[in-house]
Design a binder for this molecule. Structure first.
Ligand code: SF4
Ligand code: SF4
Length: 204
């Protein structure tokens, strides 16, 4: 009897919980017809970013991302040309061994690699998980990002030369010591000795 009462109590409790959620909206979605919009900073697939104006890849083949990658998922081949500038020949990301840590994105100084919010890359062939440079670029074309690269600054305008300072007009108060005295003014003569200077010195 006690057991029956306990079962009825549990049944009522369960029905109460079900009834509480009946009016709420559904949490599950009908994937793949419906898809979640992932948060801005979620870490999905790795993509390469291109310049928004020219469409060229932002990557300068500096290889910092490859060195930062802890799993070796990034493989870059960029030999130097005759001007010692690196030419990007190969850029691959193996999503099969990527652990989605985001270190490649943090290492890049050129807004060239990013973890997009996309998360669909399931396949039945393991080889399909390695994406080449073209696929990485295509997948990154519609990825929004803030371009923080330092663009070449326009040359600073040359300073305009200052106009030469005009000499100050001489006034009555300011007399140039090199200016000779006017002709009608006689130069000051030293006063002749009076003969009393010796007496005065003796008195002192
Ligand atoms: S993606 Fe960034 S860090 Fe990696 S090689 Fe290109 S410029 Fe360097
Ligand atoms: S997210 Fe991490 S593991 Fe994946 S490619 Fe970037 S650095 Fe490598």
């Amino acid at each position: 009897m006690m057991k029956l009462l306990k079962d009825i109590k549990n049944l009522v409790l369960g029905l109460g919980i079900t009834g509480k959620h009946l009016g709420r909206h559904a949490i599950t979605i009908q994937y793949p017809e419906e898809k979640w919009t992932m948060p801005e900073r979620s870490r999905g697939i790795v993509v390469l970013l291109s310049d928004k104006e020219t469409g060229e890849l932002n990557c300068t083949a500096c290889m910092l991302c490859m060195r930062a990658c802890p799993t070796g998922a990034i493989v870059i081949d960029a030999p130097r040309d005759e001007n010692k500038k690196r030419q990007l020949k190969k850029f691959e990301v193996n999503h099969g061994i990527c652990c989605f840590c985001g270190l490649c994105e943090e290492a890049c100084n050129f807004c060239a690699i990013k973890m997009a919010t996309k998360y669909e890359f399931s396949t039945t062939d393991k080889a399909d998980l390695t994406w080449d440079i073209n696929k990485l670029q295509e997948m990154g074309r519609d990825v929004d990002y803030v371009d923080t690269r330092r663009k070449k600054a326009a040359p600073a305008p040359k300073p305009t030369p200052k106009p030469e300072a005009t000499p100050k007009a001489e006034t009555d108060e300011t007399v140039n010591p090199k200016t000779p005295p006017p002709e009608n003014e006689a130069p000051a003569k030293p006063e002749p000795p009076t003969g009393n200077e010796g007496n005065q010195e003796n008195k002192e």
